[in-house]
Design a protein around this ligand. Structure first.
Ligand code: BTN
Length: 250
């Protein structure tokens, strides 16, 4: 299943602050950049994670890259389908590589058991109320064996399989999985994406403790709402949360 257009335009940088910022700078200067362009860095000096965190990745050992997609016309309330598509692509790729179940911790952290193996930072630019450009930054822990920060409980492919991976080779393989789901999004297969996403979601349908702004609750994920909000059912009924309002207790 080769990627058709994702990665056709491929730029490899030795060192950059952040591949997401690099793509955004090109876009802000109106540099023509075709849909599916992939910018990969051997090293990021200021790799960015979600919620303003730093993304740790030892130089030359991991995949740190950004894809530029132009999913127009995707209304902003449906933007989370793009996130679902990307997470599903990473999941399927890793399940193939590692012959092990991989799950998605809402909204888009990729987990091997209870350890984080990949993260995604999607930054959209809008035209009116539609997404024009989407910069999809992906960090996948590949050959790194020691992590300085314990914070997201990281794990790499090599720590799991004891194998060394050739980065560019697995990158293009991963891109083909992501493109498959991106094409599903482009053909408006929303129900299919949501069904697959929920089937991979960590703690879906199971009671689990969460820290909310109103304290700790025991709740189960029952759905994903508009804008990708997490829909939880607990003693207090059904509530929707965005990423700043809830924390998983792991
Ligand atoms: C997360 O916190 O889970 C998201 C991590 C995203 C990291 C990737 S690495 C490539 C791209 N460039 C960045 O600065 N961040 C993303």
């Amino acid at each position: 299943m080769p990627a058709h257009f994702t990665g056709k335009n491929f730029i490899l940088l030795d060192r950059v602050s952040s591949t997401n910022i690099y793509v955004q700078e090109l876009l802000s200067k109106s540099t023509p950049l075709e849909e599916g362009s992939v910018i990969m860095a051997v090293e990021q000096s200021a790799g960015r994670g979600q919620m303003g965190n730093f993304w740790e990745a030892e130089a030359g050992k991991n995949l740190t890259f950004s894809i530029l997609y132009k999913p127009d016309p995707l209304p902003i309330e449906d933007q989370f389908y793009l996130s679902m598509a990307v997470s599903l692509g990473i999941c399927d790729f890793l399940e193939k590589q590692l012959s092990h179940d991989i799950s998605i911790k809402w909204p888009n952290d990729i987990y091997y058991n209870h350890q984080k193996i990949a993260g995604t930072l999607i930054e959209n630019s809008l035209q009116g109320d539609k997404i024009k450009n989407s910069v999809i930054g992906i960090g996948l822990n590949v050959n790194q064996l020691h992590f300085e920060s314990e914070a997201p409980n990281p794990i790499s492919m090599k720590q799991i399989s004891a194998k060394d991976y050739e980065l560019e080779e697995i990158l293009f393989n991963l891109l083909s999985f992501i493109e498959y789901y991106y094409l599903a999004l482009k053909s408006f297969k929303y129900d299919y994406l949501k069904e697959r996403y929920l089937s991979k979601l960590l703690f879906y349908g199971q009671y689990h403790p969460y820290k909310t702004t109103n304290g700790i609750i025991n709740a189960k994920i029952i759905d994903i709402g508009p804008y990708g909000k997490l829909c939880l059912e607990s003693d207090s009924g059904i509530n929707y949360y965005d990423i700043k309002e809830i924390e998983f207790i792991l």
